[in-house]
Design a protein around this ligand. Structure first.
Ligand SMILES: [Zn+2]
Length: 153
């Protein structure tokens, strides 16, 4: 049971955004689940939302998207600036290998970034900046919302 709890807790992304403490997110969530609040007060563990992960080739049968440009998007420069700021706060997760850009073939990062319930590859920025990809609306709102949180402190 304890192992399972730890595994679940490890997947939680309780970034200390609003109330930074010295405790790790794992400690927080274990404490929370040990409070015996019953079903109603139980924090529901969930997988992070993923953004910026592509299928391996354009023809691969996969639910993952393929990077396609949206040249009409006017929020790119602002978004990229905010993304830089957010990435400085994110937890970094090492990949087992290098990621290759699906569009131009360059080596494009070797880690994922995780913060407050989302996970995205470090190389995602390259697709947005150099290949005109526009993030999902949900991710765009998430980054802009977090930026508000960080700048208000
Ligand atoms: Zn590229």
């Amino acid at each position: 049971m304890e192992m399972r709890l730890r595994r679940v807790a490890k997947r939680l992304c309780l970034g200390p955004l609003r109330a930074p403490t010295a405790q790790s997110p794992i400690d927080n969530s274990l404490r929370f689940s040990n409070q015996g609040r019953g079903e109603a007060g139980t924090f529901v563990a969930r997988e992070p939302e993923y953004e910026g992960y592509w299928r391996a080739t354009i023809d691969e049968r996969s639910d993952l998207p393929w990077p396609t440009p949206d040249t009409e998007w006017t929020g790119r420069a602002v978004f990229l600036r905010f993304l830089d700021g957010i990435e400085a706060h994110a937890e970094r997760i090492a990949y087992r290998g290098m990621s290759i850009c699906r569009v131009c073939g360059r080596l494009n990062g070797h880690e994922g970034l995780r913060l407050a319930g989302w996970e995205w590859p470090a190389g995602y920025k390259h697709y947005i900046a150099d290949h005109g990809v526009r993030p999902s609306l949900a991710f765009e709102r998430y980054i802009l919302g977090l930026t508000d949180d960080f700048t208000r402190r």
